[in-house]
Write a protein that binds this ligand. Structure first.
Ligand code: ZN
Ligand code: ZN
Length: 359
C-alpha cells in the first residue's frame, strides 16, 4: 500500500510503498477513506516532539473494515469506523473510572518482540499513536475504532477523530460548561472552531472567538461565536475583560504557546476556569501570578477532549445529522497523499481549518 513516511525530523513526508501485516488477535484492518492533517502532526514533522522514525504520521481518519483478527467481536468487515488515538484497554483503573482517554495499558500495542504492523522489507515502520493515518490501510487494535452509521460521509467523519472530539470534548467533558456561561476561545483553527460550536451547543450565553486571522474569525462567527476579538488589534485579555465586565466563566487555549496559555488564564474571571488544549513545545514553562489562585481561578489540562470516544463520537454524528453541529464547513481542502507537504506549509501559516487526504 501507499503511505506518507517521515524518515527524519525536521523533514518532509515521502509517499512510499509499505507492507501492512495481517491482523493479529484483537486487531482490525481498515481501508482508509480520509485523513485530516492536524496541527499536532506538524510538531512531529518539525521535530519539536520525538517519535520513533521512520514513521507513518496522521491520527485523524475514517474508513471501512476489510478484515479482522481472531477474538474481534466489536466490528466485522464492511463496518464503517472512525479511528481515535485514545485506544483504551477497558480493564484498567483509568478506564473503569471513566477516563479511558488516559489509559496507557500496553496490551493495546503489539509487544516490542512481535513482528511490526508496518514494514518495508526488513525495516519496521512505526505508526504514529498506534494509527498512522496517512496510509491507504490502517492496522489497529479494535479499541482504536468506533463503529458509525454507513450514511455519514467518511471525509467528514474523519475530522471527528481528532479536531471535533478534542474541541467539543474540551467543552463537554473537560470543562463541563453549563448553559448560560460566558466562554472565550483563543485560536480558531480546527480545534478552536470545535470549541466554539461545542460552547454554542452547550448553551453558552456568550462565545468570544479570539484570533489574529480575519478569515478564521469569520468562520468562528458562522460556527456560533457571538463576539469576535482580533488579537492583533490590541491586548486580547483586555478586550475580553472589557466585553464581559471582568472575564469569562470558561476560556479555552487552542494554539499551544506560553503566551496564549497565560492569556486564557488571565481571561478567566474570579472563580473561572481556563482549559489548555494546545500542545506546547516540550520543556515550555508557563508563568502564572500566584495571587490569582486566591481568586479561585482554575487551570485545567486537556488531552483529546477527555473523550470516551465510543460514546462521544456517535453523539457528535447525531448532532451533525440534526444540523446542530458543523462538519462540512471544517474541510478547507481535499488533497492526496502527495499534497501533504504543501498542506503542512499552509497549516503553518495558519490560514486553513483542515486539509483532508481523500483516498
Ligand atoms: Zn490532532
Ligand atoms: Zn485502560
Amino acid at each position: 500500500m501507499k503511505a506518507a513516511v517521515l524518515r527524519e525530523a525536521p523533514g518532509e513526508l515521502a509517499v512510499e510503498d509499505v507492507t501492512v501485516a495481517a491482523p493479529e488477535p484483537r486487531e482490525v484492518l481498515v481501508a482508509n477513506a480520509a485523513a485530516g492533517l492536524c496541527h499536532s502532526d506538524l510538531h512531529f514533522i518539525d521535530g519539536i516532539y520525538p517519535w520513533p522514525l521512520p514513521a507513518v504520521l496522521g491520527h485523524e481518519s475514517a474508513g471501512v473494515v476489510t478484515a479482522v483478527g481472531k477474538d474481534v467481536t466489536y466490528v466485522a468487515p464492511g463496518d464503517h469506523v472512525i479511528t481515535c488515538v485514545s485506544v483504551f484497554c477497558g480493564e484498567c483503573e483509568r478506564c473503569l473510572t471513566g477516563h479511558p482517554s488516559l489509559c496507557s495499558d500496553p496490551s493495546v500495542r503489539r509487544p516490542p518482540e512481535a513482528p511490526p504492523r508496518l514494514a518495508q522489507g526488513e525495516e519496521p515502520i512505526s505508526q504514529f499513536s498506534e494509527l498512522g493515518s496517512f496510509a491507504e490501510e490502517l492496522l489497529v487494535h479494535e479499541r482504536a475504532v468506533v463503529k458509525i452509521p454507513a450514511d455519514i460521509p467518511l471525509d467528514r467523519a474523519a475530522l471527528v477523530g481528532c479536531a471535533v472530539i478534542t474541541g467539543v470534548g474540551a467543552v463537554f467533558n473537560t470543562a463541563e460548561v453549563p448553559a448560560g456561561s460566558t466562554v472565550a476561545v483563543v485560536g480558531c483553527g480546527g480545534i478552536g472552531l470545535n470549541c466554539v460550536q461545542g460552547a454554542k451547543i452547550a448553551g453558552a450565553l456568550r462565545v468570544i472567538a479570539v484570533d489574529t486571522v480575519a478569515s478564521k474569525l469569520e468562520l468562528a462567527a458562522s460556527f456560533g461565536a457571538t463576539d469576535l476579538v482580533d488579537a492583533g488589534a490590541g491586548d486580547p485579555v483586555a478586550q475580553v475583560r472589557e466585553l464581559t465586565g471582568g472575564g469569562v466563566d470558561y476560556s479555552f487555549e487552542a494554539i499551544g504557546t506560553k503566551a496564549t496559555v497565560e492569556a486564557v488564564y488571565a481571561m478567566a474571571r474570579p472563580g473561572g476556569t481556563a482549559v489548555v488544549i494546545g500542545m506546547l513545545p516540550l520543556g515550555t514553562k508557563v508563568e502564572i501570578d500566584g495571587v490569582d489562585f486566591l481568586a479561585e481561578r482554575r487551570l485545567l489540562g486537556c488531552l483529546m477532549g477527555s473523550n470516551r470516544f465510543r460514546v462521544d463520537m456517535p453523539r457528535i454524528l447525531e448532532l451533525y445529522r440534526q444540523g446542530r453541529l458543523k462538519l462540512d464547513e471544517l474541510v478547507s481542502a481535499r488533497i492526496t497523499l502527495d499534497g501533504l507537504n504543501a498542506a503542512a506549509t499552509e497549516l503553518r501559516t495558519g490560514t486553513v481549518a483542515r486539509s483532508v487526504v481523500v483516498f
